[in-house]
Design a binder for this molecule. Structure first.
Ligand code: 8YV
Length: 311
């Protein structure tokens, strides 16, 4: 085998991978089957293909002496230790840009769905409750102040869309030449925002950054939207803030321990929960697959990688 596949991928991508080498589906093996397989085949693996939220841990990198490439089918590379990979001479690629529109579109959709209570309104009609009275009033989207945490490619695309609805401010590692107000930190941003949208990369610095202090600064009328990584938000603090009405609501596409979602969040009424679907459209998953393959082909041909991740 030469390609180790760490998570399920689209049929088209799996077929294309199989045309390029022997593919082993790691995610389908039990722990004991993994150990046995490694004992027999570890030396043969030159490339790992994985998802952004799965990555490739250091133990697996260490177990694959012939590994030269980790191709991530996603933009986030927080689950790969770049220092370890580069020390071992393992290149890492991701799929930037092609998913930016989708993630930004979903963020806007979550903002509208959360404030206008769309999932609950849908249930209201289906449950036949319309006949018994009107749906409770929701909250207005236009005119809200939007705070973007992380004005990278995705954050900027979210800002461009939400600028049609209301004033935008942002925070991040640096101030940028953009027509939006810069806040020096998340607390300052949350203080002046009605809706806080998390779009930054997950790094050691951003881990747990949206904490109780940020949520309190957002306030009882404020909403949180997360399309980044669950690790950026202190989930325990978020649950407490939702349960005590210290923030008005949250829309979450990502969670600390996916696919496990805390029962407290499931039980929490002012939340909208989606199963990490920000890049999950036919069009974008096709474009991501094409980029994974372009990187793999460049690697197999010994040429420069198309979208390498650099530390
Ligand atoms: C995917 C993602 O869910 O791009 C990312 O970082 O988290 C998502 O696009 C995942 O990587 C699909 O494999």
């Amino acid at each position: 085998y030469s390609i180790l596949q760490l998570c399920p991928l689209s049929d088209a991508l799996e077929t294309a991978l199989a045309a390029r080498g022997n593919v082993k589906q790691w995610f389908a093996l039990s722990d004991s089957a993994r150990a046995a397989w490694l004992a027999a085949h570890a030396n043969e693996v030159s490339a790992v293909v994985t998802g952004g939220h799965i990555g490739c841990d250091n133990a697996l990198i260490a177990a694959l002496p012939g590994l030269k490439l980790i191709a991530i089918n996603g933009v986030g590379y927080d689950k790969v230790d770049l220092a370890t990979a580069s020390a071992r001479g393992v290149a890492v690629t991701n799929t930037p840009d092609v998913l930016t529109d989708d993630v930004a579109d979903l963020a806007v959709g979550l903002v509208i769905a959360l404030l206008r209570q769309l999932p609950r309104a849908d249930r209201f009609v289906r449950d036949g409750r319309w006949r018994d009275g009107g749906f409770p009033l929701a909250r207005k989207v236009s005119g809200r102040r939007f705070g973007i945490v992380g004005l990278g490619r995705i954050g900027a695309a979210i800002a461009a869309r939400l600028a049609a609805f209301g004033p935008i401010a942002y925070t991040g590692t640096q101030e940028k030449p953009v027509p939006y107000d810069f806040a020096p930190d998340p607390v300052a941003l949350a203080t002046h925002s009605d809706v806080l949208i998390v779009a930054c990369a997950a790094t050691p610095e951003t881990r747990g950054m949206i904490d109780a202090g940020v949520l309190d600064a957002l306030g009882a009328d404020g909403y949180l939207v997360n399309v980044s990584r669950g690790s950026v938000v202190d989930e325990t603090a978020l649950i407490a803030a939702l349960d005590t009405g210290r923030i008005a609501g949250a829309a979450l596409d990502v969670f600390a321990d996916e696919p496990r979602v805390p029962t407290a969040l499931i039980a929490s009424a002012p939340t909208l929960l989606t199963p990490h679907i920000a890049s999950a459209t036919v069009e974008t998953r096709r474009a991501m697959a094409d980029l994974v393959l372009a990187n793999l082909d460049a690697f197999l041909a010994g040429g420069p990688l198309v979208t390498p991740v650099t530390a």
